[in-house]
Design a protein around this ligand. Sequence first.
Ligand SMILES: Nc1ncnc2c1ncn2[C@@H]1O[C@H](COP(=O)(O)OP(=O)(O)OP(=O)(O)O)[C@@H](O)[C@H]1O
Ligand SMILES: [Mg+2]
Length: 403
Amino acid sequence: MTALLDYDASTAETLRSALGPDTVVLPTFDALKRHLETHLGEDAVVIGASVDIESALALASSMRVNRPSMGVVLVRRRVDTSVLADALRSGVREVVEERDLPGINAAVARVKSLASSLRETVPGASSPDDSGEHGRLVTVFSAKGGCGKTTLSTNLAVALTEGGRNRVCLVDLDLSFGDVAIALQLFPAHTIVDAVALGDGIDVSSIESLLTPHSNISGLFTLVAPLDPGSNRGISAELVRKILEILRQEFDYVVVDTPPAFDEQVLEALDQSDLIALIATLDIPALKNLKLTLETLDEINFPREKWAVVLNRSDSKVGLALNEVEKTLRVPISIQIPSSRDVPAAINRGVPIIFDNPKHPVSVAIRQFAEKYVLTGHHGDSSIPPELRSDRRGLLRRKAKTP
Ligand SMILES: Nc1ncnc2c1ncn2[C@@H]1O[C@H](COP(=O)(O)OP(=O)(O)OP(=O)(O)O)[C@@H](O)[C@H]1O
Ligand SMILES: [Mg+2]
């Protein structure tokens, strides 16, 4: 059911017919409050443009505390950034223009889907918030593009939900070319850029209102990258820090997908990470970049116990032996993900392979990684086995110049 408050009877009727027959029109605030008290399963409230903004925001503020799964959709004649920022700060889930009837309908559908995802998350499942602990943050990184970061991060996030037992948030920090939304076939109402307008008012409910839940994968939420590569200005490292801190309080696991570069936002994510999955493929440029990344992490004193090296497309027949790679990098490889044309096919369908085909060798490898390195609280492969320690020769050593 959807509750609709609008003082203007004809607008209320237009909205009701757009929203469908299970919409209850309430003519006054008191009537709405009574309705909510007696309908505890109500998931969505639409507040029409005739209702003053102060009362609407006050209702949203009180609901986010008393009925966190219920979402308020605010309808305004015009939506500008100041209305949007005030609304999100108060816990309003979506703000839509009055003439955009399909947009209002879609917003209500998203609010209901979020509410059911929030309810479906297993009751009594340990929430990091209950214990005062933080959820674990895993960043997937490679300094070279196209190694499989988005493939690993999306599938890892799905694996960590463990069929809805955990709440997982996947954050796309590839702010210019992020493709998590495409890989998961999401139609986000908000992106991380909307957090810029929140300024100092950023808090749990305003960030939650920016998340896009996955409609088929229970427990999986995403904070997606801007859809337009030019619109990422204003997403400072400080903002990323705050967003990740808040998400870690609310979710059991936060997985961060990154661009192929050490930008300041990535460094912020690395700083808060419990584990960094460093991914490479079996080619010299990727391995060279991984080696430089490991050296950079060492230089900034990033603890080695938080590293895990992931070799993607590890069965590619390219003439590089695995033990030689380990010797060159001087770190063990934590997992190997095989190559398969089913991976791009799954991405093209917008369905993570681990969800679509859990028994696929790629899915099995990623689930093993989740189980061994993330779910159990494993802390990376810090120790360098003796056989990898002393060898300073290797694939990436510059050849001595011949006289
Ligand atoms: N194990 C695999 N087998 C076959 N194809 C793969 C595998 N892993 C990734 N790919 C393909 O390689 C391409 C790049 O993968 P992906 O987008 O995950 O990389 P990325 O590191 O996120 O790239 P970018 O740096 O551009 O963000 C995609 O087309 C993907 O389908
Ligand atoms: Mg990517």
